[in-house]
Design a protein around this ligand. Structure first.
Ligand code: IFM
Length: 462
């Protein structure tokens, strides 16, 4: 009998990130992050958009918590803005900055919503980037100091902690492809950044463990890539192996097993000798986790190149020249990402197998569509998003049925928000945001999600 309802106690949440929603970029002593700088480089962000105002969550968080409560959310996954709570990336914390998060967390708790806090969702203080950024080892130690400050300040009221969100994006979109802040295109620097992000995770987890109560749960959130080979040929399977190493095993190797995969080291040997990995680093990185977050949107399909055409420009996969990406078949979202829930099932069962006993959460999943404005009755109809969520929640149910320990699901995102290099042109929210008035309107997907939460089941399609 297929499972038709989610287990009692399953946690239903929604996620956001500081730079994407907070705004108030120049308030309360906050200094610029790499994203404030990047947004001001002409041509980097669509429409010249910035996170200066975003959804103004900083001022409107009480309204947003009310919306979460109306939907019936049990958890809110948000991130702390590093330059808001430690403006130069070093030294003492800003109490004004921390007070914002104290107020937010207290309001969540007053509404019975569990806070799930991410320390780093891509907004490195600009001062630290000017000192070298993630390719520099010192940035990992700075992160541990910052983790200590936030842990000390909020540990009495936040039970669930994540060190980093999607370090792959920070390292490879930021330092190799250059399409995210800080916009560098240096393959060797990107591989160093990846290692120092992992080290930051390990040192940060140690720092948190030292200050948090025993009951606190510590995690990292990854965006593992469900990579498929275009054909079963040896060359295409090898292309798949390379991309798997460069996107997923580069983090899960050190974090879960305490070692970099040999094939990754071999594939990147022409770029770096990895001498930046020092004795003891891998033990630090393999810090025990209480749960692992998996962000999933779409799978990848790859093949080996059949000609010697030069690569079209900087790539997010250093060491994988000769690998061609193909659009997977199926319907697409407004990001042009193929909708394929089987990838989520695949990843959940993979990590249940690779990290036995480690509880998993779907820490982000959702879709951008070109939603219209609220209609005359104030309704935003988003049937495609409902179909997307339904399909992916059914994949979670299948994984639960297969015995995978998944404790929660977080839709990305609570609100329409700043979608990085796409600016405000892509809407991922289950709540519509009018960027003129900043008014919020729950979409029909928010009502649908509320129904799933209330009943613990997926309503029949229709
Ligand atoms: O908006 C992002 C989020 O910040 C990280 N994960 C993917 C989302 C959609 O692109």
């Amino acid at each position: 009998m297929p499972l038709t309802s989610f287990p009692p106690g399953f946690v239903w949440g929604a996620a956001t990130a500081a730079y994407q929603v907070e705004g108030a970029a120049h308030e309360g002593g906050r200094t610029p992050s790499i994203w404030d700088t990047f947004c001001r480089i002409p041509g980097k962000v669509r429409g010249g958009d910035t996170g200066d105002v975003a959804t103004d969550h900083y001022h409107r968080f009480r309204e947003d918590v009310r919306l979460m409560s109306d939907i019936g959310l049990g958890a809110y996954r948000f991130s702390v803005s590093w330059p808001r709570v430690q403006p130069t990336g070093r030294g003492p914390a800003s109490q004004r900055g921390l007070d914002f998060y104290r107020r937010l967390v207290d309001d969540l708790l007053a509404h019975g919503i569990q806070p799930v806090l991410t320390l780093y969702h891509w907004d490195l203080p600009q001062e630290l980037e000017s000192a070298g950024g993630w390719p520099e080892r010192g940035t990992a130690q700075r992160f541990a100091d910052y983790a200590h400050l936030v842990g000390e300040a909020l540990g009495d009221r936040v039970g669930s902690w994540t060190t980093l969100n999607e370090p792959w994006c920070s390292a490879f979109l930021g330092y190799a492809a250059g399409v995210h802040a800080p916009g560098r295109t240096d393959d060797a620097a990107a591989l160093r950044a990846a290692h120092h992000l992992s080290l930051a995770h390990g040192l940060g987890a140690q720092a948190l463990r030292a200050v948090l109560p025993r009951r606190a749960r510590i995690s990292v959130v990854l965006n593992p890539n469900d990579v498929r080979a275009l054909t079963g040929s040896a060359a295409d399977l090898d292309a798949r192996r390379r991309i798997d190493a460069l996107s997923t095993r580069i983090f899960t190797g050190p974090m879960l097993r305490g070692a970099y995969p040999d094939d990754l080291l071999a594939d990147t040997a022409g770029i770096t000798d990895w001498s930046f990995v020092r004795d003891g680093d891998l033990d630090v990185i393999k810090h025990p986790l209480d749960w692992l977050g998996i962000n999933y949107y779409t799978p990848s399909v790859v093949s080996a190149a059949t000609d010697n055409r030069p690569s079209p420009g900087p790539s997010a996969y250093p060491g994988a020249g000769g690998v061609v990406f193909h659009q997977p078949p199926g319907p697409r979202t407004a990001m042009d990402w193929t909708v394929d829930p089987s990838g989520l099932h695949e990843l959940l069962t993979r990590f249940a197998h690779e990290a036995p006993g480690l509880p998993l959460a779907v820490s982000e999943n959702g879709a951008a569509y070109d939603d219209g404005r609220p209609d005359g009755r104030g309704v935003v109809h988003d049937p495609e998003r409902i179909a997307y969520l339904r399909g992916h929640l059914a994949a979670v149910l299948r994984a639960l049925e297969d015995g995978v320990d998944v404790w929660g699901y977080f839709v990305w995102s609570l609100l329409d928000n700043f979608e990085w290099a796409y600016g405000y042109s892509k809407r991922f929210g289950i709540v519509y945001v009018d960027y003129g008035s900043l008014a919020r309107t729950p979409k029909s997907s928010a009502r649908w999600y509320g129904e799933v939460i209330r009943t613990g089941r997926l309503p029949a399609a229709g």
